[in-house]
Structures are given as structure tokens and as C-alpha cells.
Design a protein around this ligand. Sequence first.
Ligand code: ADQ
Length: 467
Amino acid sequence: MSRLIVVSNRVNLPSGDGEQSVGGLAMALSAALKQYSGIWFGWSGQTTETFTGELNVQTVGGVTAATVDLEEVDLEEYYNGYANKTLWPLFHYRNDLAAFDRAFDKGYVRVNRRFAETLAPLIQPDDVIWVHDYHLIPLARELRALGVTNRIGFFLHIPWPAHQVMINLPRHRQLVESMFDYDLCGFQTAEYQQAFEEYVLSEADGAVVRPGLLKGFGRHLEIGAFPIGIDAPEFAQMVKSARARRMRDLMAAHTVFRNLIVGVDRLDYSKGLEERFLGFEQFLIRNPDLRREVLMLQIAPLSREAVEAYQEIRARLDSLSGRINGEFADVDWAPFRWVNRNYRRDELAGIYGAARVGLVTPLRDGMNLVAKEYVAAQDPEDPGVLILSRFAGAARQMQDALLVNPNSPEEVADALKRALAMEKPERIRRWSTLFENVQREDVAAWRDAFVGALTSGCLQRRPALVS
Ligand code: ADQ
């Protein structure tokens, strides 16, 4: 096939030694690029005084990366601003945290234009371009303005919100209209795809021409649901690795870990950590006889620390974890461990494997790869139980988890009790179905489905409809 050019905000090349930056997107893309000859284009993570558009090209582990530096003001207005203070909270239904600031809009458009201007000269006629996530929604519009006619696809890793939520965004029509410059837009679930359709139907005089083909703004757009998965073969290796085994053995040797409940998330308000802590507290209140039997380990490396909402949630979680331990701990026992550091992926595999319960309760989540990693790390003969939020995209595929409303401490507490008491045959039955799905719908299946749909569409761009 022709070359694949992947574009995302950040380019995180795999280090090849199990150490990788946090974030499902980075993990998924490096896996995808290994299969195709191509380029990964994006921001280098560095800032310069003035934008030069100079490219830094390097090849690591079979993946060629082309990165560009941004200005400090780009970082403030585009990345910390429009992407993470406007779109991220709004798309996760946190309108209360969304900041609407015209300087952010301008920065967002400016950086998308800069990306397009830097990328366009690299594009060859047969290349297929795959753009990722909410940072880069208008990139196709900017590329088209420069005369790029290649197939361009877009995949949204986070939820697409309901129509009534979306219209809170000033100039929402312009943003959505710019998506019609793609040939294909992919969402994590059918529910998000439907929410997108509803928006276009009511705001853009749209119509569903046939399943997967949408009309709106006088144009056509192909859309689809492409649930992302983990790199199942790579993770299976991690699970068997010496480090994973060492970690599991270390934990198995201490009785304190015998009923371990584990949570692993970026420290983000969308991940429902406060509500999860309250659910665990509720479990301790209602089950005094089980108190000394359990330990909850919450691993949450800090993220987006430049954004105030992230500083605030961290402070609240520090205080809540202290309160729970203060309330229930004894001289020789504490119920809770709160850890803010990164782990190598093989070590994480060992930690998941040692946990009787995986507690994954985001308030909203595009997919959630931690749920899938937890399942992939279990011992088939004695697997743990996954408790999963109904509001994670992953819930659609993972119906055999214990599904909970993350906003209800009682429901979380009940699920914890049920998970800890669950007999082995039921655990094996539930886990087998979950595991089969995690293996089948993995990152390779996701990549092939998306790239297949993008390349199998008509070779030429559809002309605008004559109104
Ligand atoms: P994220 O919001 O980053 O991804 P998620 O899908 O859970 O969320 O991926 C997190 C990744 O980071 C996992 O692979 C996990 O192992 C890793 N990680 C978390 N804590 C870690 C730690 N302490 N040390 C090392 N690694 C850690 C976004 C969307 C999701 C969507 C993904 C992929 O928000 O909904 O599933 O993209 O599309």
C-alpha cells in the first residue's frame, strides 16, 4: 500500500525497553506504525522563541518521526488552552470546567495551520494521511486549503458529546464543518458516532445517506465506529516477562496484597478518582469485617499540571486519600495507597496480575485501555474481576465486567463486595469472554479496520454537493 502518514499532537517514539510515556494514544500509534512504512508527524514537545517550521526527522525502532517545535504562546493557547481547557472538558461533559477564550480559538487555528504548512511539502501523491484526536480537528481544512487532495482520515480518541453539550462551544458549527474536509471520521463507539450524526442532522441540514455516509454542510462524509484496543501480543509478552513476574511474586509474598484492588489512571478529573475513593470509603464503612482483608492501590501519575483544574483535583485527591487512611488505618494496617508515579509497562502488567479487582471507573472515557490491560494480565486459572464504569467506551465491548455507575458510591461499594466474594467458576467465565474480546479487537484490528475503510473509499475526494 501507499505510505501512511500519521499525525498527532505529540510524537512519542517507543523506547523498546518497556518504558513508554503515559497515554493510550502513544501506545496505540507506535504499534500501528510498526506495520506500515510511513511517517509520524507532530509536535516535538519543545518550544522556541519564534516558529521556524524546521523539521527534525529521526527513525527509532522502525518508525520515522518528523517533529516540529512550537512557540510558547502556541503551547498556552493551543495545547493548554483550546485543546485541554476547552475541548477536553466539554467533550467529557464538564462544561463547568470549560474555558471559552477567543485567544485559545486563534491559537488553535494558528497551530493547525502551522502543522499543515510544515506537513504539506512531505506529502507524496499516493500517501494516505491519518490525523488523531481533538487537538487537530481542523487540520484537513488547512491541508485542503494548501491543495492537498490525498485521502485524509480523522480518529477521535475521546467521546463525541451529545448535541446539547456540543452547542455550548462557541463557533461549534465551524469546528464541525471543518470535519467535512476529511474523507473519513472515526469514533470509538457507535454511540459517539450517533451523537455526531444527531448534531449534523439538527445543525447542518444533514441526512444519513446510508449507514456510514453522512450529508451535511452541503458535503458528504464517511463515518464509522472503530473501537481501539491494546497491543495484545506485546502485552502478552509483558505479562510473561521477568519484571512482571518479579513484581507479581513480590506482591504475592506479602499478605497485605492478598485482596488487592487496583486503579491505574492518568490523574485527570474525567477518570472519576474522587468518586472512586468515596466508593472505596463506602465499602469500608459498610463492611467492617472485611477492612483488614483489603488494600486499595491507586496509581495516578500527574498529567497536564499547567492547567489549574488538574492542580485542584490533585489537591482534593491528596486530601481525600489522607482522610480515608486517617479514618480507618490502625498502627499495623492502612487501607489505601496513593501513588503518583509512572511504572514501566512490564511492571504494570505484574501489578495488574497481582490484583483481585481492577477498579476502572471513569465518569466519561472515549475507550479506556487500562480495563483491557487489566484483563490481559490475569492468570487464566485464577483471574481477578474487572469493575468498569458504564460511561467508558470500553463498557460496550466488556459487558462481562461488573458494570457500575461511577457516580454512586453505594454501587461501587456493592460491586467491590461482589467482586471480592466471587467464586472461581464465575470469575473464569466472565474473564474468558472479556479476554477473548481484548485479544480479537486489539490495536492491530483497530488500525486495519480504520486504514482499510480510509483506503477503500473512492480514490478521489467527493466533490461538494450542488445545492
Ligand atoms: P488516556 O486518557 O490516556 O487515553 P487510557 O485509554 O486509559 O487513557 O490509556 C492510559 C494508558 O496509560 C494505558 O496504556 C496505561 O497503561 C498507561 N498508564 C496509566 N498510568 C500509568 C503509569 N502510572 N505508568 C505507566 N503507564 C501508565 C485516551 C482516551 C481514552 C482512549 C485512549 C486511546 O482518553 O479513552 O482509550 O486515548 O484511544
